[in-house]
Structures are given as structure tokens and as C-alpha cells.
Design a protein around this ligand. Structure first.
Ligand code: P6P
Length: 334
């Protein structure tokens, strides 16, 4: 089978886009180089004492592991110099990351989670980088926060790199979803999963059931549906939960299933869930919709939500369309 590299695939997309200037292709290629560098470190993390904590905590109040910090710095260093961005936002940084004046500015905005699932680094569970790309909405001048706070439906591209038994890149530019696997012997991402489509009804549900006591009755009804023999499949869904969103999402994308991270009620306070709209929910929502799936916050389409702040959190129900529709039906009951 002819080996199609991701660069060839990007050039085909560029050729098919009459207005393409090649900048977008260069942007994704810069991102791919950063991911290859991160992949190299992830794959030897246990050997070079990159494990463990830096002692810092990030804007999310989470302890930052060295590999988190490394991935974040690689992405910022490389992408700042690409000459293609006017701003970046990282899950690890409280504020917008501007492009220093001594670097050429571009028209794209990159939002990313440098190493999602990082709580699993020390136990060798798959982790990943999630990215979301927008075009700025003003022709020039300093980038504004409102240019970054665009709805997910405005994304020009989104996807993730998955550092696991192999390193994969899965992305969409709005023309389907394509998966590439890194061949480390040549350092190229080769097309391994052309035109990914998620099964319309899944057989897996992914949720942290340890939070049962924090949920309201509707959420418990949703989870009970997937565990019951009276659902439309007439048998329980399999429970699979790694605690690494990219890994859980990717498995469900290929096999069919639903990932759920609902809001919960702790100390009688209603939370909005843990996952971030801009650097987690939106990019994965773009991918899943392009693969024929669906992503909601329990009621609304994720990609229709108007962001109000960089690190806004949302409840997330994402995966096979019929399973997400069932969630929407249960939450929507009077
Ligand atoms: P919990 C990892 O920290 C992460 O953001 C996602 O990758 C993962 O799905 C989720 O948190 C796990 O959260 O509350 O189940 O430990």
C-alpha cells in the first residue's frame, strides 16, 4: 500500500483550497515537529528522570509534572518562531501567550493542552497533546482576547497527538478525520486511518463512577442507562475509563462509545465539570462531528457555546451520535 505522509496529505488539502497560501500547511508542519520532540521525551520519560513534579502548580491548581512543563515549553518555543501565529493559549498558562515583537506575526491562533492525561505519566499510561486552530477576526493590530474567545464552530483545524504504544496524529480541517501513525524509523507520520467514522451507536461508556455521590439524579439516570439491560442494545455497555481524555476519546472514536464528564455537586456547590472548553472540548468536538459523532454539554452543542474566558470549563458528553442523543433526551425530560 503506498505510504502517504501527513505532509503529502496537507499539500493535497492545500492544492484543493484555491485561496491557500501554504501558511496553514507550514503551521501544521511546525506543530508536527513539536509533537515529534515531545514524543521522543515521552517515550524515554522513565529513563532520564523527566518524571516527577517540578514543585510548581498550574493555573488549574494542578501539580505540574516535568513532562508537562517540557511539552508546554517545546510548543511555545517552536510555535512562537513559526511566523504564523498572532497568539497562543495553553492549558498550562493563565494568560494569553503573545508573540514577541522580534518574531513575525501571523493570522492564526493556536490553543492547546500540551500534555493531557499527565497524571498518568508516572505509570506509563497513554497521554496526548490536543490542539485547536482559529484564524484571527481582525485584519491587523494587537490580537484581542475576544479574537481568541471564538465559538468552536469557527475552528479551521483541530486534533490531537496520542503518545501510546505508537504515536498517532488525528486531525480535521473540516473535510473528514484522518489518522496518521509515526514511523520512528523514518520520522514520518504515515496515513494509517483514512477518513475515520465513529459508529452511530457505541458499546463503551467512559466515566469516573467514583463521583456517583456528587451527581444529581438525572446524571445517575444517564449512567444507569448505559449499565442496564433495558437500553436499546438490550445489554450493558462496557465500562472503559483510563483517566486520560485523549486516550478514552480515541478508543471510543474507533470502536464507538461515549465519554462523559458531567457537572457535579461538591460541598453543596454546583460545579461546571473539570474539562476545558477551549483546549479540550472544542477540538475534540470538531473531530467527533467530522467523524459523524456528537458533542454536547448535556443540552447544547459544544461548538455553539460562546466562550467567556480562556479556561472556561464545561460538562462534556462526546462520542457516538445515538448515545449522545440519549443523554440529551434524559437531561431534557421535564
Ligand atoms: P478524573 C486529566 O487530568 C484529565 O484532564 C483528562 O485527561 C481526564 O479525562 C480527566 O482529567 C480525568 O479526571 O476526575 O476522572 O480524575
Amino acid at each position: 500500500m503506498p505510504q502517504v505522509t501527513v505532509t503529502e496529505q496537507l499539500l493535497l488539502h492545500q492544492k484543493a483550497s484555491p485561496m491557500a497560501t501554504g501558511r496553514f500547511t507550514r503551521l501544521l508542519n511546525e506543530l508536527i515537529l513539536a509533537a515529534k520532540i515531545i514524543s521522543r521525551e515521552v517515550n524515554k520519560a522513565g529513563l532520564v528522570n523527566v518524571l516527577g513534579f517540578t514543585g510548581e502548580t498550574n493555573v488549574q491548581g494542578e501539580k505540574v509534572k516535568k513532562l508537562d512543563e517540557f511539552a508546554n515549553s517545546v510548543l511555545i518555543y517552536r510555535m512562537q518562531r513559526s511566523g504564523l501565529l498572532c497568539a497562543m493559549s495553553s492549558e498550562e498558562n493563565a494568560d494569553l501567550i503573545e508573540i514577541p515583537d522580534n518574531f513575525q506575526q501571523g493570522d492564526y491562533i493556536l490553543i492547546f493542552d500540551p500534555l493531557d492525561g499527565s497524571s498518568n505519566i508516572d505509570v506509563n499510561v497513554n497521554i496526548g497533546t490536543i490542539f485547536s486552530i482559529f484564524r484571527r477576526t481582525r485584519a491587523n493590530g494587537p490580537v484581542t482576547l475576544e479574537e481568541v474567545l471564538q465559538k468552536g464552530s469557527e475552528q479551521v483545524a483541530a486534533g490531537y497527538f496520542l503518545y501510546g504504544s505508537s504515536t498517532m496524529m488525528v486531525y480535521t480541517t473540516g473535510e473528514g478525520v484522518h489518522g496518521f501513525t509515526l514511523d520512528p524509523s523514518v520520522g514520518e507520520f504515515l496515513l494509517s486511518h483514512p477518513d475515520i467514522k465513529i459508529p452511530q451507536t457505541g458499546k463503551i461508556y467512559s466515566i469516573n463512577e467514583g463521583y456517583w455521590d456528587y451527581w444529581d439524579d438525572r446524571t445517575r439516570e444517564v449512567v444507569s442507562y448505559f449499565k442496564s439491560t433495558s437500553n436499546e442494545r438490550r445489554k450493558p455497555y462496557s465500562s472503559r475509563y483510563i483517566g486520560s481524555l485523549v486516550s478514552d476519546f480515541h478508543r471510543n472514536l474507533i470502536y464507538g462509545g461515549i465519554f462523559l464528564y458531567p457537572r457535579d455537586y461538591r460541598d453543596s456547590k454546583r460545579t461546571t465539570g473539570k474539562l476545558r472548553l477551549l483546549c479540550e472540548a472544542n477540538p475534540l468536538a470538531f473531530v467527533v462531528e467530522q467523524a459523524g459523532g456528537m458533542a454536547i454539554d448535556g443540552e447544547n452543542r459544544i461548538m455553539d457555546i460562546e466562550p467567556l474566558e480562556l479556561h472556561q470549563r464545561v460538562p462534556l458528553f462526546i462520542g457516538s451520535k445515538n448515545d449522545v442523543l440519549k443523554v440529551k433526551e434524559i437531561y431534557g425530560k421535564p
